[in-house]
Design a protein around this ligand. Structure first.
Ligand SMILES: Nc1ncnc2c1ncn2[C@@H]1O[C@H](COP(=O)(O)OP(=O)(O)OP(=O)(O)O)[C@@H](O)[C@H]1O
Ligand SMILES: [Mg+2]
Length: 354
């Protein structure tokens, strides 16, 4: 019996090793090819040191460039002068320089936008949902968060003159609410081939927050294989975290994991020039006496990372109200739109006024 147990243990061990290997290779592609330097190619790092660094968690040059030489020396059992030297080389290779204002402006010029389907909503967002940014939509159930995700996943495929990027999408589904039929319905309404539209969306169903993390780690790999991917949807960001981390004792752990996921998403948006759209749930805050007591879950971390935060709520006569609550350069504002069988549309008279 004991023997069988230990055999099983060995098998588990192997599985874990395999998984770790895979993680290393997917993590290392999170750097775009032109910037990519493998740790083992740094001057002074042989393959033996490289594998020690990688098993200690220093998977790419950025991780090494920002590491503490004393810690690296101790954890990887290499002399301190050596660790200082290879960190310096990593910094050089990672080109951790500042961009000039002009270079930054150039980078901003490559920003692309995906239409929401409503002109008023697009104007609120400065022209649509933006690449190189994370756009977060929060609101109560049925407010239209997932509907906007369906809309974007179809619209991204449209030609540019129709508000698209002739692109493909990745969809990370944490609630099991992805509906192929809705994609097909929207595609037909917009003149796309419904089966092709579905084919152009890669769906990953996450069953736990760790699984969600792993799927997001795979995104760079998918984009390297399919450069037409221009949109990454996470619907919803917090559902699994909320279900798994109940009680305050585990909150710090949850926030730390969330932080890693969000920064990975931001890095993906930045490096691959894709739009990240995520949905988020709300909770009522009993301590808010005046105004709307609804706040997004996930704490301050999401608010800090999301470039655009939109609060969705149900309005009059089935309309929806979108409020831009946080944006780096746009004024706060509100618009109304409607959800129809053909997708998101302006409200006839009111939509374009604000
Ligand atoms: N085919 C359709 N035609 C018209 N309206 C639709 C259609 N499908 C969905 N809707 C509208 O969208 C609403 C559902 O919105 P959605 O699924 O985006 O909610 P959500 O904000 O994601 O909510 P949850 O928090 O439960 O995930 C429905 O209540 C309905 O009003
Ligand atoms: Mg939903």
């Amino acid at each position: 019996m004991a023997k069988k147990d230990s055999k099983e243990d060995e098998e588990i061990q192997e599985d874990v090793q395999e998984e770790t290997q895979e993680e290393i290779s997917t993590n290392s592609v999170s750097i775009t090819p032109d910037e990519y330097v493998d740790i083992k190619d740094l001057p002074g790092v042989g393959s033996a040191v490289a594998s020690r660094l990688k098993s200690a968690g220093y998977l790419d040059v950025i991780a090494l460039a920002t590491a503490n030489p004393l810690v690296v020396s101790e954890v990887c059992e290499i002399g301190e002068p050596t660790s200082r030297k290879i960190i310096a080389e990593a910094r050089e290779a990672a080109k951790m320089n500042f961009l000039s204002g002009l270079e930054f402006e150039d980078k901003r010029k490559s920003v692309q936008r995906i239409s929401t389907g409503s002109q008023a909503f697009d104007i609120l967002l400065g022209g649509g949902v933006e690449s190189q940014s994370i756009t977060e939509c929060y609101g109560e159930y049925g407010s239209g968060k997932s509907q906007l995700a369906f809309e974007l996943a179809v619209n991204v495929q449209l030609p540019r003159e129709k508000g698209g990027l002739e692109g493909h999408a990745i969809w990370i589904d944490t609630e099991g609410t992805f509906r192929p039929a809705r994609i097909e319905q929207l595609a037909v309404a917009k003149g796309l081939d419904p089966k092709e539209a579905l084919q152009n969306i890669k769906i990953g169903r996450a069953y736990s927050s760790d699984h969600q993390m792993l799927l997001i780690d795979k995104v760079p790999d998918l984009i390297n294989k399919d450069s037409k991917i221009k949109l990454v949807v996470v619907d919803s960001m917090m559902a699994l975290f909320r279900a798994e981390y109940i009680g305050r004792g585990t909150l710090a752990d949850r926030q730390q994991k969330l932080n890693v996921i969000l920064h990975n998403l931001q890095r993906i948006a930045d490096r691959f020039n894709v739009a990240v759209y995520m949905t988020n749930q709300v909770m009522a805050r009993p301590d808010v006496l005046f105004g709307d007591p609804t706040v997004a879950v996930g704490g301050h971390i999401i608010g800090h990372v999301a470039t655009y935060r939109i609060y969705l709520r149900k309005g009059k006569k089935g309309a929806r109200v979108a409020k831009l609550v946080d944006s780096p350069s746009l004024p706060e504002g509100e618009v109304t739109f409607q959800i129809t069988a053909e997708g998101i549309k302006d409200v006839e008279e009111e939509g374009k006024r604000k």
